[in-house]
Each structure stands twice: as structure tokens, then as C-alpha cells.
Ligand binder design. Structure first.
Ligand code: CAA
Length: 259
């Protein structure tokens, strides 16, 4: 892969979008290789948490590739939008948690990539925005859908209609990001969080992710049914017996088996 770096350390895989000369803009090649990297990580059952970040210290992802998009026909734009959305939906429904470590510009497709992750950690230098209407298009990789769900329709509309970027402190204030760190501390903080997640029972974490995501798409009664199902399914796992035995026998140093 030319535009994606993949590094696995313990139970944590880090995917780095590596096209710094174009501020990590999402060309078809980047999207294709990101898709491949996700499949590779998915096949490695020892990975319990994923971090996505951008190469360099300036940009997470500065959006979809404007040079590549400029001359697209309606049909080509539809195929591009569909593919970008498929890749981002793969992240959103990925079998284990995905943390975005946002190390700079997260604009357009970059903000959308971050929003498809489960948790967003930002550098204090990060800049967020959906500048698409300034280019004559709508957001195309989920921005009209996920931004409103995350920050509410009013603020999403203000950001999308106005095409105005916001800084990390504002992103934190509107719940777009979970936490903000000095740039040089960002990856350490993301790694610490990922390792903290990876210490827990992976199947229970995965079921929790599914219950939250599916439950957000339904009413409270439907959501409770989903939870009952995911909760009870845990009792078919070895890690449930092990985790509870460790508690009762006061074993502190646990190592779940992912079974
Ligand atoms: N697509 C293609 N190339 C991009 C790019 C993008 N989204 N963003 C930056 N680049 C390229 C620039 O063209 C430039 O290339 P050259 O050196 O060959 O000229 C290089 O990256 C560096 O960029 P700048 O010189 O512009 O850097 P800057 O520091 O002056 O500005 C910036 C940084 C404010 C992020 C500016 O680059 C910018 O505004 N980028 C575009 C952001 C944007 O509009 N993103 C939304 C794209 S549309 C979209 O994403 C649709 C969707 O939802 C699917």
C-alpha cells in the first residue's frame, strides 16, 4: 500500500493515512487502500482496538480529493460517494472500537472519517469543518447524517451551511470530540485509551458497540431488546466465566482469551 501505513503493537492496530503532500486528502487510491487495510486488520483476530490518524503534524485528512472530483459526472460522483460511504460504514460497524486521533485538519471527508470512528481524540491544533458548500457540493461521505446525529441539527446546519471551520476547543464544546491534547501528546493518549479498551473482554466490548450503535437507530423499547440479546449472548463466552471468576477470586491481573 502506497498511501496507508499499518502498524500493529500488542492488541492495537494503527492505520495512518499517508499522503502528507496533499494533506492526506482522500483520493480513490487512499480510500481503496484504507478499505484493504481495514480488511487486513479485521482478519487479525488479535487486534482488539484500532487507531486511525494522519501522517505529518499538520493534517488528519483535508477532505476528499478536490482535483480528482472536479471533472466527475453525476454517475461518477455517485459511485465515489457510494464507495466513500461504504468504507466509512465499514469503520462505523467494525468489529472492535476505532479511535480517531485527529492531528490537524479534519475537513470535509476528514471530518466525516473522524465521525465514522467510535471515539474522537483531537490535537489542540486540529481544525474541523464541512466546507463542501463553498465548493458547490454537499458533504458526500456521511457528513449530512453523522454531524447532525452527533452535535444536533442546529449546530450541524450552522457548520454545513456556513462552511466555516471550527477549532478543537469548539469541537470539544459541541461534543464533536471526546478530548483535546497538545499535539505531541495525542498519539500517546490514543494508545493509552486503546490499550485500556483492549484489556477488557473483546467480545463484550464488541457486543457493547453493536448494542449502542443499533440502539441509536431504534426506540427505547427496541434498544432494550437489543441490549438483552447482547447481554445474554455474553453468557455463552468463556470470557464471561473467566471475568466473573477473577472478580470472585480477587485476581487482578486478568488476560481475556477472546473466546
Ligand atoms: N484535495 C486535494 N488536494 C488537497 C486538498 C484536498 N481536499 N486539501 C489540500 N490539498 C493539497 C493542496 O492542493 C496543496 O497541493 P499543492 O502543494 O500541490 O498545491 C497541498 O495539499 C497543501 O495544501 P495548501 O497549500 O492549501 O495548504 P494550506 O496550509 O495553505 O491550507 C487547508 C490548508 C486550509 C486545509 C487547505 O488545503 C484547504 O482548504 N483544503 C481543502 C479543504 C476542503 O475543502 N475539504 C473538503 C473537500 S470536499 C469533500 O471532502 C467532499 C466530501 O464530503 C466527500
Amino acid at each position: 500500500m502506497e498511501t496507508i501505513l499499518l502498524n500493529t503493537e500488542g492488541h492495537v492496530a494503527t492505520i495512518t493515512i499517508n499522503r502528507p503532500k496533499a494533506l492526506n486528502a482522500l483520493s480513490t487510491q487512499v480510500l481503496t487502500e484504507l478499505n484493504e487495510a481495514l480488511d487486513e486488520v479485521n482478519a487479525n483476530k488479535d487486534v482488539y482496538c484500532v487507531i486511525i490518524t494522519g501522517a505529518g503534524d499538520k493534517s488528519f485528512v483535508a477532505g476528499a480529493d478536490i482535483a480528482e472530483m472536479k471533472d466527475k459526472s453525476v454517475e461518477e460522483a455517485a459511485a465515489y460517494g457510494k464507495f466513500g460511504n461504504e468504507v466509512f460504514r465499514k469503520i462505523e460497524t467494525f468489529r472492535c472500537p476505532v479511535i480517531a486521533a485527529i492531528n490537524g485538519f479534519a475537513l470535509g471527508g476528514g471530518c466525516e472519517l473522524a465521525m465514522s470512528c467510535d471515539i474522537r481524540l483531537a490535537a489542540d491544533t486540529a481544525v474541523f469543518g464541512q466546507p463542501e458548500v463553498g465548493l458547490g457540493i454537499t458533504p458526500g461521505f456521511g457528513g449530512t447524517q453523522r454531524l447532525a446525529r452527533l452535535v444536533g441539527a442546529g449546530i450541524a446546519k450552522e457548520m454545513i451551511f456556513g462552511a466555516r471551520n471550527i477549532k478543537a476547543d469548539r469541537a470539544y464544546a459541541i461534543n464533536l470530540v471526546n478530548a483535546v491534547y497538545p499535539l505531541e501528546e495525542l498519539m500517546g493518549a490514543a494508545m493509552k485509551m486503546a490499550n485500556g479498551i483492549a484489556k477488557n473482554a473483546p467480545i463484550a466490548v464488541a457486543y457493547s458497540k453493536q448494542a449502542i450503535n443499533k440502539g441509536l437507530q431504534t426506540d427505547i423499547d427496541g434498544g432494550i431488546e437489543i441490549e438483552v440479546e447482547e447481554f445474554s449472548n455474553c453468557f455463552a463466552t468463556e470470557d464471561q466465566t473467566y471475568g466473573m471468576t477473577c472478580f470472585l477470586e480477587k485476581v487482578k491481573d486478568k488476560a481475556f482469551s477472546n473466546k
